[in-house]
Ligand binder design. Structure first.
Ligand code: AMP
Length: 634
């Protein structure tokens, strides 16, 4: 018989959690009046954990209960609550408790609409669905979300079954649940990966072997947080990290069950570097060395995982998942022109170059090709008999925290676009092909050109660019190399390198290609939302204002001021959207600032962040009246 003040509890979908919580509520004197469940396992569980409780239809459970426990899968919850509302079974004053981690009480609104009291109660624990679970409830933290007036009821229910209620606001539920899944579920994945690697190298009973170390690491972290971190990343030992990645990639290449390990190692090591850097465990220079090692190793990891995808699909791709080296890709033949030959290794490149006789041009890109890149290839055809395009996202020119990881990559799309414009050969190496021994020890220095404007905002960037440009020139051995005026400072640095280091190549600049509204084409435009894209027009509009001023005979100061005014207006219209890094008028060759009385060609350059996207643009202007027709020659 129900004791006075005790509640009639109904359990919908008596899964593991429902069964154990129902059992616990019963143990403290509440009455479980009905339960529902469809699968044989659930019915069996009800028989074992809730003996004597009648199994009825879901709507009948709700009709009989004062407290309804909804313990259905997360994805089914919203539909169930709505369906029961449509049936008209919710009642005023009824307590409706769901136990899904990621939801607050919003999902129970259809019940609340008729006067029921919604509550979300979620134990931060995993259950077996057996009586063993009862002990796990004691001291188990429960996340509790409810309106303030009914919050004490939710807290009391948790306390009654031995749990510890922790109040969470509605908006915190999804991140709360993500944290639990990330910590608990991904821990399982991680530990299982470590076990598989150990087993692959012959360690028997890897779980037993790992237990003391992993238990100590877990205890240490729970007690002392990140201070518990030890190991090569914590020591800034990039050589060991590089070696780990090489070893894991080799194993993964031999054993399909390990293909998920290298990318997981890279992702977690990268996060570990960031945390170690935030905790000032080592200087940024050391962090960069680690990140470089990870980026170099990532190419190998990516190759292995695409290999697996290829194997699973049963195709005959080469080990890097790309179409086999030296063969035409499967992309369509357009206008009778075959798709370019794709090579990904130095050896294949060296083998293929002699098949392109005559004058050779190179266009270097980071892929995610747009019409600006394609114009470089079109122009290249005018300068040479054959065109080689390189596609390589160069880790060396990205600083920690920049967009190396999310930089857009679309090799298939790039190859299709390149057949349109008649590229002959595409060299798309991975980082370990370009940097086989890890990050290079000897690098090209851009000198003072690398320290100003872009170089000042992105220290080391131009050294990374020049190093890879020189390497790619050596590898592709072109007569002419084409670069976009879009990256005017890069162009100046490359021209300077070619001159200072006697590199035997002609450098040709190609004007900036723009969208119809004036926005300079860039692979990074893909990051912009429609709203940000429209805000980004302030850059090209500012340059146009500067050009107009120069044409009207303005001096350097006035030209910059005209451009700056447009940016200021944009910032006033939408505060905080466009953040200008610099707007400047400089010498296009050495990037030096101009004297007030300067006459001649000048580079008006701007860099700004729109949201989290960094954009650059520029215009070449002429200061001072151009020499008119020679009167004597008339
Ligand atoms: P990226 O892939 O961004 O490294 O660019 C590869 C080459 O294309 C560089 O020489 C760029 O200057 C050039 N480029 C990129 N965008 C444009 C553009 N909108 N107009 C002309 N050249 C461009």
């Amino acid at each position: 018989m129900t004791r006075p003040g005790r509640l009639a509890v109904g359990i919908v979908g008596a899964g593991r959690v429902g069964a154990v919580v129902g059992n616990a509520l019963r143990a403290v004197g509440h009455s479980v009046v009905a339960a529902s469940g469809a699968s044989a396992t659930t019915l069996e569980r009800i028989g074992a954990m809730l003996p004597g409780v009648p199994v009825v239809d879901v709507d009948e459970v709700v009709r009989r209960a004062e407290v309804v426990l909804l313990t259905v899968p997360d994805d089914a919850l919203a539909g169930l609550v709505r369906g029961l509302a449509d049936l008209g079974v919710w009642r005023p004053g009824q307590i409706v408790v769901h136990m899904a981690g990621r939801f607050g009480v919003d999902v129970l609104r259809p019940a609340q609409a008729v006067g029921a009291f919604p509550m979300a109660v979620h134990p931060a624990m995993t259950f077996t669905g057996t009586s063993l679970d009862l002990a796990r409830l004691v001291g188990c933290p429960f996340a509790v979300t409810a309106a303030p007036v009914v919050l004490p009821i939710a807290q009391a229910l948790v306390l009654e079954i031995g749990g510890e209620p922790v109040v969470l606001p509605e908006a915190a539920r999804a991140p709360y649940h993500a944290a639990l899944s990330h910590g608990a579920n991904h821990l399982v994945t991680l530990v299982a990966q470590a076990e598989r690697v150990l087993e692959a190298v012959g360690v028997e009973d890897a779980g037993h072997f790992l237990a003391p170390l992993l238990t100590a690491a877990l205890d240490g972290t729970l007690r002392g947080g990140e201070a518990a971190l030890t190991g090569p990343v914590a020591r800034g030992d990039s050589g060991t990290v590089a070696e780990h990645l090489r070893a894991l990639a080799t194993l993964a290449g031999q054993d399909e069950r390990l293909v998920d390990v290298p990318p997981a190692y890279v992702a977690l090591a990268r996060a570990t570097v960031q945390r170690a850097l935030a905790g000032r465990r080592f200087p940024e220079r050391q962090a960069q060395a680690l990140l470089d090692a990870l980026a170099a190793g990532e190419g190998v990891a990516a190759d292995v995982s695409t290999l697996d995808a290829g194997r699973l699909a049963g195709d005959s791709r080469s080990p890097d998942g790309r179409p086999p080296d030296g063969r035409h890709t499967g992309s369509p033949v357009i206008d009778g022109r075959p798709a370019p030959v794709l090579v990904t290794t130095r050896e294949k490149l060296a083998e293929t170059l002699p098949t392109l006789p005559g004058r050779r041009a190179v266009v270097m890109t980071m892929g995610a090709l747009h019409a600006g890149h394609l114009e470089l290839v079109r122009q290249a055809r005018r300068h040479a008999d054959h065109v080689v395009v390189t596609i390589f996202v160069n880790p060396l020119q990205f600083a920690a925290g920049e967009d190396l990881d999310r930089y857009p990559r679309d090799l298939e799309g790039d190859l299709a676009a390149l057949s349109d414009v008649g590229a002959d050969l595409v060299f798309a190496p991975s980082p370990d092909v370009v940097y086989p021994g890890g990050p290079p020890v000897v690098r090209v220095s851009a000198g003072h050109v690398g320290d100003v404007w872009e170089g000042a905002v992105r220290p080391g960037h131009f050294d990374g660019v020049l190093t890879v440009v020189l390497k790619l020139l050596h590898l592709t051995r072109p007569h002419v190399a084409l670069f976009g005026q879009k990256d005017a400072q890069q162009l100046a640095a490359i021209r300077r390198m070619v001159r200072d280091l006697d590199v035997d190549v002609d450098v040709v600049a190609v004007p900036i290609q723009r969208d119809v509204d004036g926005l300079a084409l860039s692979s990074r435009n893909a990051y912009l939302t429609a709203q940000q894209r429209s805000s980004a027009l302030a850059l090209s509009q500012a340059l146009r204002a500067g050009e107009d001023a120069a044409r009207a005979g303005a001096g350097p100061g006035e030209v910059v001021e005209a451009a700056r005014r447009v940016l200021r207006d944009a910032q006033e219209r939408e505060p905080g959207v466009v953040v200008v890094d610099y707007i400047t008028l400089i010498n296009p060759d050495d990037l030096a600032e101009l004297d007030a009385g300067y006459r001649g060609d000048a580079l008006l350059a701007v860099a700004a962040r729109v949201g989290s996207t960094r954009l650059i643009d520029n215009a070449l202007v002429h200061l001072g009246a151009r020499p008119g027709p020679d009167p004597a020659g008339e």
